[in-house]
Design a protein around this ligand. Sequence first.
Ligand code: VG1
Ligand code: CO
Length: 542
Amino acid sequence: MIRTVATTAYDDQKPGTSGLRKKVPHFQQENYVENFVQSIFDSLEGFEGATLVLGGDGRYFNREVVQIVLRMAAANGFGRVLVGRGGLLSTPAASNLIRSRGAFGGIILSASHNPGGPTEDFGIKYNIANGGPAPERITEAIFAKSRAITEYRILDAPDLDLDGTGETRLGDMVVEIVDPVADYAALMERLFDFEAIRALFAGGFRMSYDAMHAVTGPYAREILENRLGAPAGTVLNGDPLPDFGGHHPDPNLVHARELYERMMAPGAPDFGAASDGDGDRNLIIGRGIFVTPSDSLALLAANAHLAPGYAQGLKGIARSMPTSAAADRVAARLGIPLFETPTGWKFFGNLLDAGMATLCGEESAGTGSDHVREKDGLWAVLLWLNILAARRQSVREIVEDHWRTFGRDYYTRHDYEALETEAATALIDDLRDRLSDLPGTEVAGLVIERADDFAYHDPVDASTSERQGIRLYFTGGARAVFRLSGTGTAGATLRVYLERFAPGPDGLDRDPQEALADVIAAADAIAGIRKRTGREAPDVIT
Ligand code: VG1
Ligand code: CO
């Protein structure tokens, strides 16, 4: 029986950089999930009888919300829901399923790299038919609906058993439980030279892949160990856990510390990698060398032709604005366009759909291509493996060769987490107010040449997105960018992105913090970070 339930609107269901993210107890408020899911459906048209893809990263509350979404999808008229076994789907695997099965859209349950557990984070995101995150036009409509909602529709039915595969029915709707890994692994086999990678492993190449007790464990075991012949034990922390073992499933030098130390120790494996909670980010570490995500994007672009899926070359490269200019140099060399977009994968969708870009990347350890419409952690790891198999050089040799060819973009990001929202907002607002006065200012030995607040004009649909980050360009080519995170769930997080280009051939092997010391000092002096936040140092440096 379909029930229409009266409900009261919440005023805080505004999707951020990547969906709605809140603490679990917040989501557990009466009808909070139902309101948001109904608001998604109410923002869409024409899904009667159509297919919805559903899955999440397995974090605490995933299973309960899967059951709610299933009953609501049935009550709202979907014809079929494809759900990953156990309610699991990595974000890129969900994107692939939406595309390959011609679904109307998908609901992905994840708070990505944020911790999980009864008092930690949860998230809900809607993806459209191209497999990508809903564009701002839709997320704004969802928010508007959520503020005015008065009722939702749900089917009265017991919970479904999600732990087998196959079809069942929920009212008039078919629920198809699929193996979350199979289609995704098949897609990877089409893009990469699995023969060559198998030969690499057979020759004694050693790798450590840290799945961080998050969703990629089963994917990595199947692809790396079963299909590519990497020795058992290559995948570490491979069982998804609702609380990620109590850690942050965030593949950076702070939260993937163990992997980092393993890769820096004597006798380290040849290659280290990790992914995040929902499987869309990647961390790449060679023996004794960390590859910054911005460099990784540039390197992948310069070498992508070595993988069968990209042998035809790239149409263009897109990167988020705070990502370093390393990829720009590769685009220039290849004679292809480079697009600079706001932070968040939703801005790449139009470029990918229009065939204007093939590779995309963000400084936050996200890289991907036109094979899906999300960033894709394992995809990046496999492209690296394909390149290593083709070039038969170490990660260090490949990175240093890249720097010699293109120069090096020294890069770091400093995060100040859980700040008082008012102080953080004031810091940004104040910078914005001073933008026109800043050029010509000298600080920490650097002179500001240009300052602006990034606005993006989408070349495909002509939409505009403003206030996407304050940029300061210094004479000599250094840059500092300031923006507030749109994924946090506690207070505000200030991100400060710092970079400087070194053309080489000398000075290519400095420590980034040291190479950027004056830019860091200038950023602090101009924005008054320490003074305004009361913090002496960033919480996370990547
Ligand atoms: C962060 C990253 C951004 C990424 C987003 C979602 O956003 O900076 O590059 O696209 O997370 O990634 P923000 O607004 O906190 O800076 V994920 O892996 O959390 O879906
Ligand atoms: Co993620």
